[in-house]
Design a protein around this ligand. Structure first.
Ligand code: GLC
Length: 432
């Protein structure tokens, strides 16, 4: 497929997956894109953000705007927005998702989960604003974003060190990431049904504690400060500051200071100098969980991360033969980790290549001037789409497509192509 063909195919898929309607319950129209109509029919928090990255990359600003407005249409008075919005029904269809629902006496009320997802929302509003200069949109969105980020800080920074905790693996958006094995009590290794039950148990317990955060902190069944979530948080606090600046709102300084505090805490608690990696940590003890997944590299995206840390992360891990080298990189856990399994299974993030990781690390590498390495990650996705279509994840050695079909996230390739016009990678020595 040529690049223009890829762009058109992505546009077609996003438009085909667009779902619009009227909610009688909330007395508002809604518009969102289903990540995969067969597998994921709801409006998801961070998927909506990724869709906005793609839509703005395609010049579809109006649709992008509508998606963001719908995402915040059910925002609670305290600022909370759940990670799944069920526009057409009060509760999710899958029984396991039921435990992620918001306990409520009014069974017809919830329409939204009780979980959060990585907060990319300030960057997406920024993208729309940059492309449209629509000040009215900005004035509508910034107060909502402020309430959202303030909710996160107030409710999830339990020990006031700046870092946010997640209360279930699902909040990371990387549900079966092998780092969480230790935190859910699964013997670290190849996934099996026991892992499934361990993770469902986390959600069931949270549900039975009615998602009361003070209780969950006290019980400490699953509380993790995750690198991906916190990196995205730090990045989006900077975007919040920029948005406030655009409105001459003095809160800009508050968000910028908070972002610095988060990055400082990440370096202090998550970074391990000896192995050159950022690790997820147990929230109550700040103890590191030493599993090598692509999120060890995520803080590279933070512009003022010290250069020597950035260089160490890249030189020590990226494309290193026994860790993340593959025909179609980047595998979702290091090849030498006991949990690594490149085949299709319901437990993604334990071997197969996942487009989000490529997209995220692509930006890090590109802006740090590792352009050749960045291009490898972009060209991988281009090739995978050509070979196996828009799939949820892919075998890192054969390129076979797995999981959901017509999966929108593969469309992130549009954003990667836009960043540098899509010139092909120079061949690297190990033939990738
Ligand atoms: C899976 C992923 C989550 C994503 C959702 C919809 O549940 O874990 O990150 O938001 O699918 O694509």
């Amino acid at each position: 497929m040529t690049d223009p063909e890829i762009r058109e195919a992505v546009r077609e898929m996003l438009l085909a997956n667009t779902h619009e309607g009227w909610s009688r319950k909330f007395k508002t129209g809604f518009c969102y894109i289903q990540p995969s109509p067969g597998t994921y029919p709801y409006q998801y928090f961070w998927d909506t953000c990724l869709h906005v990255f793609i839509l703005t990359g395609l010049g579809e600003y109006e649709l992008a705007r509508k998606n963001m407005l719908s995402l915040f249409a059910m925002q609670e008075a305290d600022g909370f927005v759940g990670h799944m919005l069920f526009w057409s029904r009060p509760l999710p269809a899958k029984w396991t998702d039921f435990f992620q629902g918001r306990p409520s006496r009014d069974l017809l009320r919830p329409h939204m989960s009780a979980l959060v997802q990585p907060p990319l929302v300030a960057q997406t509003v920024q993208r729309i604003y940059e492309g449209t200069q629509d000040r009215q949109f900005l004035e509508t969105m910034v107060p909502k974003l402020k309430r959202y980020f303030d909710w996160l800080g107030t409710n999830r920074d339990f020990d006031c060190d700046g870092l946010l905790s997640i209360i279930t693996p699902f909040e990371s958006g990387m549900d079966w990431k092998p780092t969480f094995d230790e935190a859910v009590g699964f013997d670290h290794g190849i996934a099996n049904r026991r892992l499934f039950w361990k993770v469902v148990r986390v959600d069931a317990r949270n549900f039975f504690h009615r998602y009361n955060l003070a209780t969950l902190y006290r019980k400490n069944h699953f509380l993790v400060k995750e690198v991906g979530f916190n990196t995205i948080y730090a990045q989006n606090l900077v975007a919040m500051a920029d948005l406030c600046d655009a409105l001459e709102d003095p809160d800009a300084a508050r968000y910028r200071d908070l972002s610095r505090k988060v990055v400082g805490a990440m370096i202090e608690h998550m970074y391990d100098d000896e192995s050159a990696a950022f690790y997820d940590i147990h929230a109550r003890s700040n103890q590191k969980i030493r599993v090598l997944t692509p999120t060890i590299l995520f803080p590279l995206v933070i512009r003022d991360l010290p250069r020597e840390i950035g260089a160490a992360l890249i030189d020590r891990h990226l494309f290193k033969e026994e860790e993340f080298a593959a025909t179609f990189p980047i595998p979702s856990v290091a090849k030498n980790d006991p949990s690594f399994d490149p085949q299709e299974s319901e437990y993604l993030w334990r071997g197969p290549t996942w487009v989000f990781y490529n997209w995220f690390i692509y930006q890090c590498l590109y802006y740090r001037d590792y352009k050749t390495e960045a291009a490898v990650l972009r060209d991988t996705i281009r090739e995978l789409i050509g070979k196996s279509g828009f799939r949820e994840y892919y075998n890192p050695f054969t390129g076979e497509g797995y999981g959901a079909r017509d999966f929108t996230w593969s469309g992130l390739v549009v954003d990667m192509l836009n960043i540098d016009g899509g010139a092909s990678a120079e061949p690297t020595t190990d033939g990738q």
